[in-house]
Design a protein around this ligand. Structure first.
Ligand code: GFB
Length: 244
C-alpha cells in the first residue's frame, strides 16, 4: 500500500498493517517454495527525521522516522529486519532496495493520494482547461531526490543478478540532483506549457523538509550508470499523461 504525504498522514494504521501483512506473506511464501532470491522495495522515508545528511544504508534504523508516515516507514523497516532473520535462521538471501521518490508514465495521477509530481501534472492540466491558477501545496521549499521509473526498473533488474548481499542498497540520483518542490512544479509547468498563475497553499503540510540520500554504495557497483535527466523524465511523464 503506497500513497502520498497526505494519504500517509490520514492512514498510518492501514499503511502499517497492510504492508506488514503483505511483506510477511510474500517473504514467508518465498521461503516455503525455496525461492533463491527476493527483492523487496523499501522507501526513502525509513530514514530518521532528525539526522545528518546524506543518509546512508547503515542508518536505516537509527532514529524515529518523520511522524507523517510512521506506519509506512516502520512497516518498511521491518522488511530489512525480516530479511536479516531469514538469512540468520534458514539462510535465505532475501534483500531490499531503498528508492527515493519515484514518478512515471502510468503513475497514480489522482490528486487525492498520488505523489507530488503526478498530482501537480494533473492539477496543471485542470488549471489549463479551466483557466484557473495552479495550487501547489505547502511552501514549495522542501527538497526531494526524484527517480524516474524507467531508471529504477533497470536497477531493479541489476540487483537480483549482480548484488548478492542481504543489506539494502539505496537507489537514488546524486545529492546534487535534489530539487525543491517549487523547482519540481516549475519543471511541470514548463513541460505542460502552462502560462497561468501558480500559488502556494501554505496551510497544507510540507512533510519532511528533506531526505537527502547518498548513492555512494550504488556507485561503487555501478559507477557509470546514467540517470535520465529530471527535466527529460518530467517531459516524458507529462506527454504520457496528456496522451492518455
Ligand atoms: O510526493 P509527496 O506527497 O511525498 O510530496 P513525500 C509531498 C511534498 O510535495 C510536500 C508538496 O512538501 C507537499 O507539500 N506538494 C505540493 C504536493 N503540491 C502537491 C500535490 O499536489 N500533491 C502532493 N502529494 N504533494 C511520501 C511519503 O512523502 O513519499 C511516503 O509520505 C513515501 O511514505 C513517498 O516515502 C516516497 O516525499 O513527502
Amino acid at each position: 500500500m503506497v500513497g502520498d504525504l497526505f494519504w500517509n498522514i490520514k492512514y498510518n494504521l492501514d499503511f502499517w498493517r497492510k504492508n506488514v501483512h503483505i511483506s510477511d506473506n510474500v517473504l514467508h511464501a518465498a521461503f516455503e517454495v525455496g525461492a533463491c532470491k527476493v527483492l523487496s522495495c523499501l522507501s526513502i522515508c525509513i530514514f530518521p527525521d532528525k539526522t545528518t545528511y546524506p543518509t546512508a544504508e547503515t542508518m536505516s534504523h537509527s532514529g524515529q522516522p518523520h511522524s507523517s508516515n510512521f506506519g509506512y516507514s516502520h512497516a518498511k523497516r521491518m522488511i530489512d529486519v525480516q530479511n536479516r532473520a531469514y538469512f540468520q535462521q534458514p539462510g535465505c538471501t532475501f534483500t531490499a532496495v531503498i528508492p527515493t521518490n519515484v514518478f512515471r508514465p502510468h503513475d497514480n495521477f489522482n490528486i487525492e493520494d498520488g505523489h507530488v509530481l503526478p498530482g501537480l501534472i494533473h492539477k496543471v492540466r485542470l488549471a489549463k482547461s479551466s483557466g484557473s491558477a495552479l495550487m501547489v501545496w505547502g511552501t514549495g521549499k522542501p527538497r526531494r531526490q526524484f527517480i524516474y521509473s524507467l531508471d529504477l526498473a533497470q536497477l531493479f533488474i541489476w540487483v537480483p543478478w549482480e548484488y548478492s548481499k542481504v543489506e539494502p542498497v539505496i537507489l537514488s540520483v546524486g545529492e546534487e540532483d535534489e530539487v525543491s518542490i517549487r523547482e519540481a512544479a516549475e519543471a511541470v509547468v514548463e513541460a505542460m506549457d502552462f502560462h497561468g498563475e501558480a500559488t502556494f497553499d501554505t496551510t497544507k503540510s510540507d512533510g519532511q523538509f528533506k531526505k537527502t540520500a547518498s548513492n555512494s554504495k550504488l556507485r561503487t557497483y555501478l559507477p557509470d550508470f546514467r540517470f535520465t535527466s529530471f527535466k527529460q523524465a518530467v517531459k516524458e511523464t507529462c506527454a504520457w499523461f496528456t496522451d492518455n
